[in-house]
Write a protein that binds this ligand. Structure first.
Ligand code: SF4
Length: 416
């Protein structure tokens, strides 16, 4: 691992691509290509029956839709209520609508939920879903419909609540080196309906065992701030007291540090909590594992965080994956304290899950020493372990498995 990182460091200084990096990119390209071909043949493509998918539409859009059918506008609000407050996904069961309108809707409209391809159940109760997304409608201004894709969502039950982790893109273009999703490349952006649909599918699948509180984290496949509008449209429904009515305190968007996206989110009236995936204590170190840092280095990220208008109850969350022997020293911890000194933050330390990527699990004494260094210097820090480790906890792992086999052993590839 160390020689892999050392070589990456030298290469980044010289701005050249090593044979190892070329192999990794080639495999990612081949897999993305294979993914598209396999998905195109395996996932049933919805017939072009011209029905309008209502999932993900705002109350205004639903009002406009029913008015175009010759109905009064408030029927749109009734559909919105049935869909998100009552969680009815079949027009026939929307008893707040007249039978005549239910008939019209079944001919003219659809509610296209993500389709569960597979459930992986963990011993700790976590359920990891592989979800198929249909081809979908063409986006405004685009001629072609969105291509089919496979994504992941995770349901994590706890004593008094459940947390649902959702994807915002199929694949991802950001290329964090510790992330298996990165090896897929970006397949496509998800629509608002496909994003909110993941929450609805997971809730519906646990209808009889739901706890009173639901948390949602946007930490699955994709960089949410690079699919801004659909993500915000889904969040508005999620956070709307007349929609899914989840408190903004219970919804977290996690970014790799897209500075213009953070500034844009700061201007939104309705927004979730913000988490930033930091994972390094210096630019040199972050450049090695998160190439996005070359575009938005740590100082720019700090400035964006200083500008971000925190609500009185709010703090920023920094996620820090502890990669054994790479970013888990006491010196790293001290640098983190300095970087975050003038921000209202908490730090989630996530020990690396040993798997197919070339990093080591940090030992428990080092994890505790790291946490203590932060806490002793006044930085709130918590150690978080990934849930569902027996059903492949790494982001992107299930999607790679769906592509027909084991994820690539990048340790071997990059050492060639
Ligand atoms: Fe994309 Fe997130 Fe993976 Fe980075 S960690 S490559 S942002 S999915």
């Amino acid at each position: 691992m160390l020689s892999f990182l050392a070589r990456a460091k030298n290469d980044s200084k010289l701005n050249i691509i090593s044979p190892g990096q070329r192999s990794r990119r080639k495999i990612a390209q081949q897999r993305a290509c294979y993914h598209e071909c396999k998905m195109a043949s395996n996932v049933p493509i919805h017939t072009a029956d011209k029905r309008t998918d209502l999932l993900g539409k705002s109350p205004d859009e639903l009002r406009a839709f029913v008015q175009a059918l010759g109905e009064t506008a408030y029927r749109g609000a009734q559909i919105y209520h049935a869909l998100y407050a009552e969680k009815r996904f079949d027009f026939a069961t929307m008893s707040n609508l007249p039978a005549r309108l239910r008939d019209v809707l079944s001919r003219e409209a659809a509610i296209e939920m993500p389709r569960i391809v597979r459930r992986h159940r963990s011993e700790d109760g976590t359920v990891r879903y592989v979800l198929a997304l249909g081809p979908g409608a063409a986006a405004p201004g685009e001629v072609q419909a969105a291509k089919p894709a496979t994504i992941e969502a995770v349901f994590m039950p706890e004593e008094n609540r459940q947390t649902i982790c959702i994807s915002t893109q199929a694949g991802c273009a950001v290329d964090c080196h510790f992330c298996l999703t990165a090896t897929l490349g970006l397949i496509r952006n998800l629509t608002a309906g496909e994003i909110i649909g993941q929450v609805l599918v997971a809730i519906d699948d646990h209808r009889n065992v739901l706890k009173p509180q639901t948390n949602v984290v946007l930490m699955g496949q994709g960089e949410p701030l690079l699919n801004f509008e659909p993500v915000m449209a889904a969040l508005r429904i999620l956070l709307d007291p007349n929609g899914m009515a989840i408190s903004p305190k219970l919804v977290t968007l996690s970014t790799s540090g897209i500075v213009p996206g953070i500034d844009r989110l700061a201007k939104e009236k309705i927004r979730p909590k913000l988490a930033i995936s930091l994972n390094a204590s210096s630019d040199a170190q972050r450049d090695e594992i998160m190439p996005i840092n070359r575009k938005y280095p740590i100082a720019e990220l700090q400035d964006a965080c200083r500008r971000y208008p925190l609500r009185p109850w709010e703090h920023l969350t920094f996620e820090y994956v502890l990669l054994g022997g790479f970013n888990d020293s006491i010196e790293d911890a001290r640098r983190i304290v300095k970087l975050l000194a003038d921000l209202r933050v908490k730090v989630n330390l996530i020990p690396w899950n040993p798997g197919e990527l070339p990093y080591a699990k940090p030992d428990s004494a080092r994890i505790e020493a790291f946490r203590k260094t932060l806490v002793d210097r006044g930085t709130h820090a918590f150690v978080r372990y990934s849930r569902g480790q027996d059903v492949m906890a790494a982001c992107g792992q299930l999607a790679l498995m769906e592509m027909g086999g084991r994820p690539p052993n990048l340790a071997q590839i990059s050492m060639k």
